[in-house]
Unconditional design. Structure first.
Length: 97
């Protein structure tokens, strides 16, 4: 995977409604759930999806809030894979709510 340009990142972010750029090399999304266990179930689904593509997010759990951050360490920034995974996470979220 090749690191994306700022223009490419901006374009891809337009398709991901609630994701935002963080510190120029991360994308982040905050998911809010009705209760703690619903968030934990979501995290478990993310973990399974991450294992399938061998691309693992940073995940922070704050009670009913799950914060997901993605970057590609090998490229020291964002790649197409980060955005592909983000799209997959959005689908998983929509299946739950």
């Amino acid at each position: 995977m090749k690191k994306l340009s700022e223009a490419a990142i901006s374009h891809k972010l337009e398709t991901l409604e609630k994701w935002r750029i963080k510190e120029e090399k991360w994308i982040e999304r905050r998911y809010r759930f009705k209760n703690y266990l619903e968030g934990i179930r979501f995290v478990n689904k993310l973990a399974e999806a991450a294992e399938e593509v061998n691309h693992h997010p940073f995940i922070t759990i704050q009670y009913k809030l799950v914060i997901v951050e993605l970057t590609s360490w090998s490229e020291n920034g964002l790649t197409d894979l980060d955005f592909d995974v983000a799209i997959q996470y959005e689908k998983l979220y929509k299946e739950m709510v």
